[in-house]
Design a protein around this ligand. Structure first.
Ligand SMILES: [Fe+2]
Ligand SMILES: [Fe+2]
Length: 210
């Protein structure tokens, strides 16, 4: 809106463009093309951050295990890092497919307090339980909003979490069987070295349609 106004005491007429485009502040460029609610987008972005943190945590655990000489278990943990990155990228691609923009936020530095191999897997299980609760929260939000596309996607993560927790439980049970036996840990190290990622590791084409 253009407004003509006299500038008092200055002897000239100024043209004041105010308020300029009052509707602009409210306009969200993405709103027209977005197929899911802003609340869901924000919650998925939070989940992306949590998946990235999980990746970061397992990378830190891998560093610790490698430093302690458990190179095979470190490989297993680095595979876990890739799995978590895939979880983040799957949400990333979903947001884009729904006309929403992923938000790349700060990732907290992980702290690995666990000292033994068993403690590392106990911490892994504890962290996975936290992620399961977070995924459930996201599913409940999708259900409350009757957002069935998001619900479909999140159910994939629900199944994935069952597997993630089971993996940690299985390894803890094996360590319990081994006890203090160093030879047993040596065997476990060799066994876990064989793990390879089952998910795609190429993120160069994040748009699902491309
Ligand atoms: Fe994950
Ligand atoms: Fe996980």
């Amino acid at each position: 809106m253009l407004e003509f106004a006299l500038a008092p005491g200055k002897g000239y007429i100024s043209i004041v463009a105010w308020p300029s485009r009052p509707w602009a502040a409210k306009h969200d460029r993405n709103e027209e093309r977005r197929m899911i609610s802003k609340k869901i987008v924000d919650r998925i972005n939070l989940q992306i951050n949590r998946e990235m943190y999980s990746a970061y945590l397992y990378m830190a655990m891998s560093a610790k295990l490698g430093d302690d000489g458990y190179k095979g278990i470190a490989t297993w943990m680095m595979t876990q890092y890739h799995e978590e990155m895939f979880h983040a990228m799957k949400f990333f691609a979903y947001l884009q497919s729904q006309g929403a923009m992923p938000k790349i936020d700060k990732i907290d530095a992980p702290t690995v307090k666990a000292k033994t191999v068993k403690e590392i897997f106990e911490a892994t299980l504890e962290h996975e339980k936290y992620v399961t609760a977070s995924i459930r929260e996201l599913l409940e939000l999708a259900l409350a909003e009757k957002d069935y596309a998001t619900e479909n996607l999140v159910r994939w993560y629900v199944n994935e979490q069952v597997e993630e927790e089971q993996n940690a439980v299985d390894i803890i049970q094996k360590i319990d069987l081994i006890g203090e036996n160093k030879q047993g840990l040596f065997m476990l190290n060799a066994e876990l070295a064989a793990r390879t990622p089952t998910i795609p590791l190429d993120y160069t084409a994040p748009f699902p349609a491309v």
